[in-house]
Ligand binder design. Sequence first.
Ligand SMILES: NC(=O)C1=CN([C@@H]2O[C@H](COP(=O)(O)OP(=O)(O)OC[C@H]3O[C@@H](n4cnc5c(N)ncnc54)[C@H](OP(=O)(O)O)[C@@H]3O)[C@@H](O)[C@H]2O)C=CC1
Ligand SMILES: N[C@@H](CC(=O)OP(=O)(O)O)C(=O)O
Length: 504
Amino acid sequence: MIEVICNDRLGKKVRVKCNPDDTIGVLKLLVAAQTGTKAEKIVLKKWYTIYKDHITLEDYEIHDGMSLEMWVNVPDAEMQRERGNLADARVAIGGDAGDTSCGGNQAARLARIIANMSSAQAPHARIRVGVLGATGMVGQRFIQLLAAHPQFELVAVGASERSAGKRYGDAATWRLDTPMPAAAAALPVRACDPAGWADAGVRVVFSALDAAAAGPAELAFARAGAAVFSNAKNYRMHPRVPLVVPLANADHLAAIALQRSAAVAPAVVADPAPIDLAADITLPPGAALVANANCSTTGLVVALRPLVDAFGPLSRVAVVTMQAVSGAGYPGVPSLDILGNVVPFISGEEEKLEEEAAKILGGVDVGVAAGSLFTPAPALRVSASCNRVAVIDGHTESVFVEFARRPPPSIDEIKHALGSYVSEAQRLGVHSAPAQAIVVTETKDRPQPRLDVNTGAGFSVVVGRVRPCNLFDVKFTLLSHNTVLGAAGSSIMNAEIALAKGLL
Ligand SMILES: NC(=O)C1=CN([C@@H]2O[C@H](COP(=O)(O)OP(=O)(O)OC[C@H]3O[C@@H](n4cnc5c(N)ncnc54)[C@H](OP(=O)(O)O)[C@@H]3O)[C@@H](O)[C@H]2O)C=CC1
Ligand SMILES: N[C@@H](CC(=O)OP(=O)(O)O)C(=O)O
């Protein structure tokens, strides 16, 4: 993936992430999605060359970081023809981007661009979204990340009865280092009951609810027709709920289509199962229930995904976490417990890491008649040991990996697989996807949360100290932002991907 900068004559810069094999026509659609200018009016030039829509960036030798001149003009006959080509591609995309003659990636990309265009070119057509649990640590991150989102417009916020009825600005104890967005501050806090949200026209609901409240509330919103993207643990292991880390297993979002169908019988869950895992997820058209992972699982699976893709199944993974205090919510861990200290226990955390990774790295089969849509990664055994440390944001993890294959890959091959990994979210070019999913550092004492937690605006995983292991095959240290990629950012990216795939 490369970044191209388009400069207009007024000094405005538009940075666009794209692929070298994209055509100029596709690049214009990406610019259009960001600026609201119609693609057919955009002219891209460099010196005396006017770039033609059907030629690819690599054929024009347009490379990473290159600046182009951007003009806005009336379409000429050639552009009209290219528009026709794009319209044909859109028809060919139909319901399944992968079946088109123009190639899965390119077709999916066009579908996504067209989806982006309709929302970004008409700002009033942004999808109206709400946030449940908006006053907490993850809720605040949602408010921050949604403030200038090109596809989603925040129109409703919900929290507990303690906050309901107040203005958001009065109810939330704002703890982020950017100002509270004024539009959010003015919103009334609602109770987390869909009946009271009918006037807001909300289609997508992001949930940062405490797990004690999330189960019934999220299901009620989904059954009322909303697409719910949840951070809570309640439905993560449900056999009909995709557990999606957008940089690792975006393909599992395909399960959304089956949630809307009564054709698949709900799976039978062995007793004694928590009630949420036995819930009937048969939803109306347009609705969905998607979970994202525990924040420590998230960083781990992003690093493991390219290793599985490149070298086949993993047999054993051991992980020791050093987790930030913001992971415990607000007000979280008492200062007298954590200052100058390490607490070697986080309730339920090790169990979540050990079971969630296998679901995420496993397969999805939307053709099964009954039972689970998900097959756990074969043979993968994970052992986790979790610690709370005196860090504000960013979970650090020491990871030890053994591959099923013998001999295992070399350390250089492993570093290359990590550093060159491109996730589906990046290939689709969704708004929140970082330029690099995994940043590999060779600096011997990195990653460190204070220095590296905001890499890729908090959406990248930083991996360092990749080295041989005497007991396993390789060991390394990773860092990921627990409330951005580990929570709100993943939910938002999941929704962006679902939108790009035509699932919303
Ligand atoms: N922090 C993190 O790094 C991560 C958190 N998560 C998960 O995300 C969710 C939110 O976590 P976090 O923001 O840290 O938690 P906080 O405790 O900071 O916030 C909890 C939110 O839930 C609301 N709430 C609590 N009880 C109720 C209720 N009975 N009815 C309605 N709303 C209620 C609170 O509202 P009020 O202010 O009115 O009390 C608040 O908005 C949790 O499920 C957590 O497990 C997942 C991954 C990472
Ligand atoms: N338990 C995590 C955050 C969290 O709430 O996770 P989960 O959503 O899996 O309960 C932490 O303390 O850092």
